[in-house]
Write a protein that binds this ligand. Structure first.
Ligand SMILES: C[S@@+](CC[C@H](N)C(=O)[O-])C[C@H]1O[C@@H](n2cnc3c(N)ncnc32)[C@H](O)[C@@H]1O
Length: 247
């Protein structure tokens, strides 16, 4: 199956790095607080991070007591940063796509993936491997772009606006058509895979997971007051979080 490695595109990598360096971004305001609010106890746990990127979270997991962390990522650029800025004797970084998890034969207590699974075509294959690699009672915690965001094809304005350009509502098309959607994000042709909410839930259930919690973060009124642009998230959440247990 096709795998795109867009984070090794130099323009994309530079712009994405700039975005993550900004103090005010959706990752810092919504994604990370939600991820940590759902985090299981990591004390003495073996962690696998799918799409670990530049490795900041791998260090966080050690700081939360994890005994060892394995971070895998398809991008050499992202792992080069991880190895230079976030290395630790208890972290192993591996340059590989998560579609190739078959090649790993090691047990983990917690598998975490932050904003990477929407880049994967074979979601079922990854979920089955995560189940195989987890110990009994192990936790799979992931975030991905929300299904209401991934069905956007990148053609035209994502918003219907009033005559002053104010956003009225989101334009949704083909929610029930599960396919790769290519859009422009820093560069043209960024490939993301759209799956319906029900497909995500059913794939986990069919693979043997029990869902503990799902979260779609949105801003508090105080936050919208401070950063009005994030009112957008009341119309359409950006992120979907799932926490599931291997039964
Ligand atoms: C949005 S970044 C998130 C990085 C990190 N998890 C974080 O939250 O800071 C997505 C990461 O997923 C990686 N990625 C995309 N497709 C992948 C795949 N098929 N296998 C492994 N990693 C992948 C990218 O290279 C990138 O580092």
């Amino acid at each position: 199956m096709a795998k795109q490695n867009i984070y090794d595109n130099e323009v994309f990598f530079k712009e994405y790095s700039k975005l993550r360096e900004r103090e005010v971004n959706a990752n810092n305001l919504f994604e990370l607080p939600t991820l940590f609010s759902l985090m299981p106890d990591l004390k003495d746990k073996r962690i696998l991070d799918l799409g670990c990127g530049t490795g900041e979270r791998c260090i966080d997991y050690l700081n939360l007591g994890a005994s060892k962390v394995t971070g895998i990522d398809i991008s050499e650029n992202m792992l080069a940063v991880a190895m230079s800025k976030n290395s630790n004797p208890n972290i192993t970084y591996i340059n590989m796509p998560m579609e190739d998890l078959d090649s790993i034969d090691e047990e983990f207590d917690v598998v975490i993936s932050s904003l990477a699974l929407h880049y994967v075509e074979d979601f079922t294959g990854v979920v089955k491997n995560v189940y195989r690699l987890l110990s009994d009672g192990g936790i799979f915690l992931f975030s991905q772009e929300h299904p209401l965001a991934t069905c956007y094809s990148g053609n035209g304005d994502r918003w219907t606006r009033d005559e002053n350009g104010r956003k009225l509502h989101v334009n949704i098309a083909n929610y029930c058509v599960e396919k790769r959607n290519d859009s422009t994000w820093f560069v043209e042709g960024v490939q993301r895979y759209h799956r319906m909410f029900s497909t995500i839930v059913n794939t986990l259930a069919d693979s043997g997971f029990r869902i503990l919690k799902m979260t779609e973060p949105y801003p508090t009124e105080e936050l919208v007051h401070k950063y009005p642009e994030y009112y957008d998230l009341y119309h359409k959440p950006d992120f979907l979080f799932v926490k599931a247990v291997k039964q």
